[in-house]
Design a protein around this ligand. Structure first.
Ligand code: FAD
Length: 567
């Protein structure tokens, strides 16, 4: 986005809106979309980059949560599975069916987090089967039913799986989506309905008039201006920061208990050689479509009675997660060496070989859990809440990536009850990029791009991939990959600046392209090219280039220290 566009957007906010959303993660994006489709004039302000908070740090599963079913949280699981079904339909380019292998070993004391004392542990597999049937039942079909596998079949799906004491296994389906791309798709859809969304714009104060919240003071962190945004309704969708935002107008009517979750990004090889699609020896013994992700693995038991996942992601494997109460600074949760050691220890329990050298990246995120009486973060519910303050600030808190749409619907229903706006329209509204997918596939097939890059573009942008191809029509170098081991194209950087408001190098390296998380060298070999592309798009001076590089280097160094601590 050029600076002129940014000025225009800030001017539109200053002219006043019906609904002002504070927070540009998945929840805020969902609220902006829901409100815009009901006819409200919507503004959204995000203090840093879009999805830079928890919404870029998830396990990227669109799931009901087997573990929550094991804890009998039926309402949460049923709601999440219903939303999973919707997202598979409404964003088929982004949300794909994800097969998982769940291995069951002799001697597991707490498979899926359910404690089974001897002698009952002999029946643990039957208990797990009951949970899987329940999961299928709550999902109401949808072709995603679980199946039983022999140990040999399970090992064929995940060749590096340990098979000593492996009694039986199951394959089950959930779904997965890149969280940052999903947030951008929701924001782009909201913009189509007129929403004005601005990043690097922080709400620093709430305006109260006649005893009601009537807007916010916003600091433009790029231009250094202050903008007063008047609004009939203000929705606080600030994730783990929501308590701070609510405190801008009084005592917050809720308490959050942040919980830290860490992921390691591993080389793909830790799962063994990938199956070759279409090969007669293809080991997956169930019907599947080319849309499916590669098989993931559920680690059925952790030391602290949870489960963990190994999920193929962007040519790597995501290993996560931890789940610990957190009271440090909200802006930069860090990965400690004990977090990383915990995850590697568990991966080694189920995989033949995982070395510290297999770790290429690491990140930590904070779950915005709503306070309950129980002590352990892992036991707090992932249900969401919509809470209204006496002065009318509506806070949408808690929840999951999976249930963002429902959460947004519930929040905007509150506003609609105040002024009679129409009913929710997002239950059947396709997200940006979902329209014209077949045509986009044909256009990409006719391009010089190799299969891996075509798939990457389609899964990231859907039909908007053709816009990236169009950029390359006048500048063919934009079709070049930025790194050897990550399928990101130069054109994506230009697209991020022009269409998705990228303003900072570190954001493009860590969030928009994920080069600094996925590439073996932390994106070092690509950073000069990315900087040159952004400087040309955004008109950076040499001093600005230096500042941008310094910020990126500080972040990449932090990650390098974590990785070196492991070795
Ligand atoms: P955020 O994404 O944090 O967004 C809040 C935004 O508000 C931030 O971008 C912040 O910068 C902005 N903000 C704060 N203060 C201000 C201000 N004053 N002015 C302007 N902007 C402000 N869910 C799933 O469904 N599936 C999973 O696999 C999954 N895995 C997870 C794994 C981990 C480790 C964690 C931590 C969470 C996981 N979740 C998962 C949960 C899910 O990621 C979160 O529920 C979701 O991303 C929260 O989104 P949000 O928009 O509410 O918060």
């Amino acid at each position: 986005m050029s600076s002129t566009h940014r000025e225009d957007h800030l001017a539109a906010l200053a002219a006043g809106v019906d609904v002002l959303v504070v927070g540009g993660g998945i929840t805020g994006a969902g609220v902006a979309l829901d409100a815009a489709t009901r006819g409200y004039r919507v503004g959204l302000v995000e203090q840093a980059d879009f999805a830079s908070g928890t919404s870029s740090r998830s396990t990227k599963l669109i799931h009901g949560g087997l573990r929550y079913l094991a804890r009998a949280e039926l309402r949460l699981v049923a709601e999440a599975l219903r939303e999973r079904g919707r997202l598979l339909r409404l964003a088929p380019h982004l949300v794909r069916p994800q097969p998982f292998v769940l291995p069951l070993y002799g001697g597991l004391a707490r498979p899926l987090g359910v404690a089974v004392a001897p002698p009952l542990h002999r029946w643990a597999p039957a208990g797990v089967r009951a949970i899987l049937w329940g999961y299928d039942l709550l999902a109401r079909g949808g072709g995603l039913r679980h199946r039983r596998l022999t140990p040999a079949q399970a090992a064929a799906c995940v060749p590096a799986l340990r098979t000593e004491e492996l009694r039986e296994a199951f394959v089950l389906y959930d779904a997965a989506a890149d969280d940052v791309r999903l947030t951008h798709a929701v924001l782009a859809t909201a913009r189509r309905f007129g929403a004005v969304t601005v990043n690097y714009a922080r709400a620093t104060g709430l305006i109260v008039e006649g005893g009601r919240v009537a807007g916010a003071e916003v600091e433009d962190r790029v231009g250094g201006r202050r903008v007063v945004v008047r609004a009939r309704h203000v929705v606080n969708a600030a994730g783990v920061w929501a308590e701070k935002v609510a405190a801008l107008e009084g005592t917050p009517p809720f308490r959050l208990r942040p919980s830290k979750g860490v992921h390691l990004v591993l080389r793909r090889e830790v799962l063994g050689p990938p199956p070759v699609a279409g090969d007669a020896r293809e080991p997956r013994p169930w019907a599947h479509s080319p849309r499916d992700g590669e098989t993931a693995l559920i680690l059925p038991e952790t030391e602290d009675g949870r489960i963990a996942f190994l999920v193929p992601w962007a040519g790597r494997v995501l290993l996560g997660t931890t789940d610990d109460p957190y009271s440090g600074p909200l802006d930069r949760p860090t990965v400690s060496s004990s977090d990383a050691a915990y995850l590697l220890r568990h991966a080694r329990r189920y995989l033949r070989r995982v070395e510290p050298q297999d770790v290429v990246g690491a990140f930590a995120g904070l779950r915005p859990l709503v306070e309950a009486d129980r002590d352990r973060a892992a036991d707090l519910s992932r249900e969401h809440a919509v809470v209204e303050s006496p002065r009318g600030l509506v806070s949408a808190i808690g929840g999951k990536l999976t249930t963002y749409r429902q959460m947004a619907e519930d929040a905007v229903d509150r506003l609609a009850r105040r002024d009679g706006a129409g009913p929710c329209r997002t239950r059947s509204l396709p997200l940006a990029g979902a329209e014209g997918l077949t045509r986009a596939e044909q256009v990409l097939a006719a391009s010089p791009l190799p299969e891996q890059q075509r798939r990457h573009l389609l899964r990231s942008y859907g039909s908007a991939s053709t816009q990236i191809l169009a950029l390359a029509a006048s500048e063919p170098s934009l079709l070049r990959p930025l790194a050897d081991d990550v399928p990101v194209l130069a054109g994506e950087v230009v697209y991020a600046c022009r269409q998705e408001m990228a303003v900072a190098l570190a954001d493009v390296m860590f969030l928009r392209t994920r080069l600094s998380v996925l590439a073996e060298d932390g994106g070092r070999s690509a950073v000069d090219q990315v900087t040159a592309l952004m400087a040309a798009e955004l008109g950076w001076s040499p001093g600005e280039v230096r500042r941008q590089l310094e910020r990126w280097e500080a972040e990449v160094d932090e990650q390098r220290q974590v990785l070196e601590g492991l070795r």
